[in-house]
Design a protein. Structure first.
Length: 100
């Protein structure tokens, strides 16, 4: 999986932390400078914004909360120990703190 975001601690941070906490293989794609206008113009971002998560199947998930839920489901965090479920909810709450 590939998470694309800017080099700032905002919407992409909680999703990156959640991916790191999961058992999934993932890579970070940091967009800087002209890279953003190129990516935005490419139409790859469904809502013209980041973060986006590209899955193995080529599907692109947009919006931080949707990405967190996708990661939670895919990594079976929901089926794990309650501490992991609480951790996922913590990440969701963290995302909600800085707007939608
Ligand atoms: N609802 C989206 C909002 C994403 C968002 O606001 N992304 C900003 C960066 S934090 C962005 O891509 N800004 C660049 C632009 O809109 O051109 C989410 O929750 O992920």
């Amino acid at each position: 999986m590939k998470l694309t975001y800017f080099p700032v601690m905002a919407k992409g941070l909680a999703t990156a932390l959640l991916l790191e906490h999961s058992n999934l293989e993932w890579e970070s794609n940091i967009v800087v400078g002209d890279g953003w206008s190129e990516l935005k113009g490419s139409g790859k971002c469904p809502f013209g914004q980041v973060p986006i998560l590209e899955t193995e199947g080529g599907f692109v998930v947009a919006h931080a909360v949707a990405i967190a839920l996708h990661v939670g489901r895919t990594s079976m965090v929901f089926n794990g120990a309650s501490i992991k479920v609480r951790t996922l909810y913590g990440f969701l709450f963290c995302i909600s703190l800085y707007s939608f």
